[in-house]
Design a protein around this ligand. Structure first.
Ligand code: NDP
Length: 396
């Protein structure tokens, strides 16, 4: 039915590529291209051994629009799933525009030298995608991604107006290392060490990093300290949810993670500007990322669960209502199924589902869309079928 080009061959890509292979009636041809072809080949081999599905592999430098355009013109895929890093979003979007192929990603564009977490530069493609009658689907991971779909689902089925949303992201996994990140270290540490921000009554309110903390009881996990962070889905949700008065994002961190991070920050290891060292130019954060365990190697040793969801408060039929929609995922179960831990799994599965929505034309349109712009129902059905079942709980 559809030929998909997947770019990037890290932890998230391993899951999404495997899940595309498990949906081979939709994805009849799968090409995996990345900077390091050996990583593509390793994923392709595991999929061939386990599911007897062929994956074509190739080398691509996704920083180079011209190279991408030539590659896409030769391959003629029906859609491109960008699972490289956020730094490559604009070049891949541009190449998809020039070749008129639908574009899907899981994270907003990041400037290599400033941490901004904003959609501005991707939303700037709006008119050109509309004119080309092409589609870009932004943020089809878990958060952003599934959390936005939970918001659209709550808005459609449970509320007339949603006033408060707290997005609650808990990873209670244990990988046994004193310090490691569960997805790309550079992106993860940039996000966590930035100033916090939330939206209330039409205004953005800034906080110091980790200034606001609350204890939340996560179903199937237990009580965890949760810290307010800025997260990119807030930017689109404040525009798309009716009647919103406040939206915040919280993530759990253990003491050891926070102590290591503070120490690394204090000694300058989280710097993203180039410095000179022994005649070579290095970026401290990139050097640190080289030293830390590769997130895709954490799968076999990570135990425990993730719980990511949203708590909504608002009004239905004139009465106050509070509900919690969440998914629980077990690291070891994910590893058994696709050879990756739950953080990669919870991102890679929705990336495949987003691609499936576009491939099957269940979701269609012209322009640049955030995921909550579409009907959440078929996506929610797929989550249940593809390994990320969700629960809706009424709270008092
Ligand atoms: P990894 O670092 O494990 O993988 C990134 C892959 O991209 C690597 O294979 C890397 O190549 C490749 N890559 C980097 N630069 C280029 C380039 N110029 N050209 C071609 N390929 C390139 O990251 P993850 O798998 O952990 O994350 C993938 C994406 O998912 C990221 O954008 C991340 O922000 C996003 N994410 C989204 C989440 C969500 O819930 N929405 C949650 C977690 C992650 P090489 O192997 O050579 O380094």
């Amino acid at each position: 039915m559809a030929s998909i080009l997947i770019i990037g061959a890290g932890g998230v890509s391993r899951v999404a590529t495997t899940k595309c292979a498990m949906n081979s009636s939709v994805f009849t041809k799968i090409t995996l291209a990345s900077r390091t072809i050996s990583k593509c080949d390793a994923i392709a081999k595991d999929i061939k051994d386990k599911f007897n599905v062929e994956i074509d592999t190739a080398t691509i430098d996704a920083d180079k629009t011209d190279e991408l355009v030539t590659f896409i013109e030769n391959l003629k895929p029906d859609l491109v799933l960008n699972l490289a890093l956020p730094y490559q979003d604009l070049t891949i979007m541009e190449a998809c525009l020039q070749t008129n192929v639908p574009y899907i990603d899981t994270a907003n564009y990041e400037h290599p030298d400033t941490a901004k977490f904003e959609y501005k530069e991707q939303w700037a493609f709006q008119d050109r995608y509309k004119d080309a009658k092409n589609i870009a689907l932004l943020g089809s991971g878990f958060d952003p991604g599934v959390t936005n779909v939970f918001c659209a689902y709550a808005q459609k089925h449970y509320f007339d107006e949603i006033h408060y949303i707290d997005i609650l992201d808990c990873n209670a996994g244990d990988h046994g290392y004193p310090f490691a990140t569960n997805f790309n270290p550079e992106i993860n540490l940039r996000e966590v060490s930035s100033r916090g921000r939330y939206w209330e009554e039409g205004k953005w309110i800034e906080t110091d990093p980790m200034e606001i903390k609350m204890l939340w009881n996560y179903p199937e996990v237990g009580d965890k300290d949760s810290y307010l962070l800025y997260h990119e889905e807030l930017e689109s949700l404040v525009q798309n949810i009716k009647g919103l008065k406040r939206i915040r994002f919280f993530m759990t961190f253990g003491e050891s993670y926070l102590t290591h991070m503070k120490c690394l920050e204090n000694v300058g290891m989280l710097g993203i500007e180039e410095i000179e060292f022994n005649g070579a130019k290095i970026v401290p954060m990139q050097f640190l990322a080289k030293l830390l365990p590769d997130p895709s190697s954490l799968g076999p040793r990570t135990t425990g669960k993730t719980n990511i969801g949203c708590v909504f408060e608002g009004i239905k039929d004139g009465k106050k209502r509070k509900i919690y929609i969440y998914n629980v995922c077990d690291h070891q179960e994910c590893f058994k199924e696709v050879g990756a831990q739950a953080v990669s799994y919870t991102t890679g599965v929705p990336a495949m589902i987003g691609a499936k929505m576009i491939a099957t034309k269940e979701w269609s349109g012209e322009g640049v869309f955030n995921i909550e712009n579409f009907d959440p129902d078929p996506f929610m059905d797929e989550l249940n079928k593809q390994g990320l079942p969700w629960t809706v709980k009424e709270l008092d």
